[in-house]
Each structure stands twice: as C-alpha cells, then as structure tokens.
Design a protein around this ligand. Structure first.
Ligand SMILES: Nc1ncnc2c1ncn2[C@@H]1O[C@H](COP(=O)(O)OP(=O)(O)O)[C@@H](O)[C@H]1O
Ligand SMILES: Cc1ncsc1CCOP(=O)(O)O
Ligand SMILES: [Mg+2]
Length: 274
C-alpha cells in the first residue's frame, strides 16, 4: 500500500474525470478536481455519456439529485467505463431516505462494474441492509459497527467501500484503513461528501489501485479541511468552503505524510475506531 505519490501522480497525469452529479454541489466538485490536479468534465447527456467515458481516466457518479436523464446517462457512462476498464466511483447520496435509489444502484451493479462506493455511514449501512438513522442526505448514525458494515458490503459487492464521518473507514473486504483526520466544519457546508467523492475519482484516475486512490483521496480532503478550519475565519462556513478548495490546491506529499493519521486494522478489529 503506497499512499505517498498519488497526489503527485494526479498532478503529473491530469486525469480526465467524467462527472455525473447533483446540481447542488456540481461546481464545487469541478473545483476540487482542478485543485487536486485532475481535469473535470460534467458530461451527463445520455447520448454523449458512453463515448465520453471512453476518453476518461475515471467516472464519478453521484445520485444526489437523480433525474430520469441521469439514470440513463449513468448507465451509458458505466457501459463505456466497463469497456475501457476505468474506475467507477459511486456516491449513493440519499439512498437511506429514498429506497428507490437502492433499487437503482442494485440495477446498475447487476449490469456494470462499480469499483468504489463512498457514502456517509448512514448511506453505507442502508446499502448493507443494516439498521441506521439518516436525515435526508445526512447521516445521524451513532458510528457503531462502521467497520463491520463496510467490510460486509465490500465482500458482498466485491468493491472498495468507504464510509465517512468523524472517522472514515475504507476497505476492500480484506484491508481496512481508518482515517482519523478531519474537522466538524466539513459538516457545516453542503457538499463535503460530494467533494470527497470527486477527489477520490481524481486520485483513482491516477493511482495504481482504487483502494489506494480512495484512502489517499479521503485523507486529502480531511487534511485540507483541517488546514482550512485552522486559518483566519475558517470557522465561518462560507469562508471555509473557499478555503477548503484553496487548501486542496496547497496540499503537498509532505503535508499528507507528516499530518495524515491513517490507522490500519484487520476486518475483525471492530473496537478500534472509538
Ligand atoms: N464530525 C466530523 N469530524 C471530522 N470530520 C468529519 C466529521 N464528519 C464528517 N467529516 C468529514 O467530512 C467529509 C464528508 O463526510 P460526511 O459529512 O460524512 O459526508 P456527507 O457530506 O456525504 O454526509 C469526510 O471527509 C469526513 O471525514
Ligand atoms: C443537499 C443536497 N440535496 C440533494 S444532493 C445534496 C448535496 C449533498 O451533499 P453531501 O452529501 O456532500 O452533503
Ligand atoms: Mg453525501
């Protein structure tokens, strides 16, 4: 597992990332992708999505405002991604509150590979069929059994699963990383999770594996959040959001190595994320 170097590789390769996402935070997703060195393109027309995904290094699908058109476009993008064998990153926004979104995701994954599912803990538990608490697109889960939920879903779906919250859990069903960076300010703006998904997609477009790209991507946004919160007026949500993008731009391998708190545990080590 080599996290060091993924940020530099993303900046060196400038991976093209096709994004189909919600209209609440779409511009922020484009900006964080640019800030981490990737090239975003919000290509979500059904007739264009297949051809465009074949030009891309990664595809990011976020179902926060899932329109009938997006339902079709995402399928087309995943068809192209499967042919080119490029990583697909899915943010299942709102699936805990809107069960039809789970049906849609099940339909997608029965047809095409999905390499990374990244959601807040309420969304991940909902996909894993585990009791949880959500409020619309937000998780109000108590954080218990996060590792079990992620490991179970990753093994069942044969993909990387990441659950965000005070601590982030990332697993491929065998390896488990717990990221202990971040700031409560990330919960004071809308789109922190969407932006995290975008950064993961950028990193996966350049990294050796989707697991490494996902751990490094979540570490990057959490560290940038810490730096943004610590700066002048970083406790004000509007300022914080702008600074978050700035701090992703300012991030270096040195900051990632020196300040990153990534704990590696075994899938059965469930008591270790208190
Ligand atoms: N209480 C918290 N303390 C520190 N970081 C947090 C906290 N809650 C969420 N984060 C961070 O905010 C980002 C978005 O996570 P989250 O709020 O769970 O997603 P969403 O916005 O999709 O609900 C992640 O990088 C996560 O680590
Ligand atoms: C508020 C809202 N409503 C539909 S999508 C969306 C944005 C959700 O963003 P995040 O999951 O990053 O908090
Ligand atoms: Mg979210």
């Amino acid at each position: 597992m080599k996290l060091n170097g993924i940020l530099s590789e993303t900046r060196r390769k400038t991976p093209l990332v096709q994004v189909i996402t919600n209209y609440v935070t779409i511009n922020d997703c484009a900006n964080v992708l640019l800030a981490c060195g990737a090239s975003p393109a919000m290509c979500e027309v059904e007739q264009e999505a297949y051809a465009f995904s074949k030009l891309s290094a990664a595809v990011y699908c976020n179902i926060g405002t899932l329109t009938p058109e997006q339902r079709l476009a995402i399928k087309e993008a995943l068809r192209g991604a499967a042919e080119k064998e490029i990583p697909v990153i899915l943010d299942p926004v709102g699936c805990g509150a809107i069960p039809s979104r789970i049906d849609y995701i099940e339909e997608l994954r029965s047809q095409y590979p999905i390499h990374v599912v990244k959601g807040n803990l309420g969304e991940i538990k909902s996909l894993a069929g585990i009791k949880t608490e959500v409020r619309g697109v937000d998780s109000v889960d108590d954080g218990k059994d996060a590792v079990e939920a992620c490991v179970s879903l990753a093994r069942d779906w044969q993909c990387v699963v990441a659950a965000t919250g005070e601590q982030d859990v990332v697993t491929d069903g065998t390896r488990v990383a717990v990221i202990q960076n971040g700031t409560q300010m990330l919960t004071k703006i809308t789109g922190a999770g969407c932006m995290a998904g975008a950064v993961i997609a950028g990193f996966c477009g350049a990294a050796a594996s989707s697991f490494e790209g996902t751990v490094a991507g979540l570490l990057a946004i959490s560290l940038a959040g810490e730096q943004a919160a610590a700066s002048a007026d970083g406790d004000l949500p509007g300022t914080f959001k702008v600074k978050l993008i700035d701090e992703i731009h300012r991030l270096t391998e040195e900051i990632m190595t020196a300040s990153g708190k990534v704990k590696w545990i075994t899938p059965s080590q469930t008591d270790s994320i208190q």
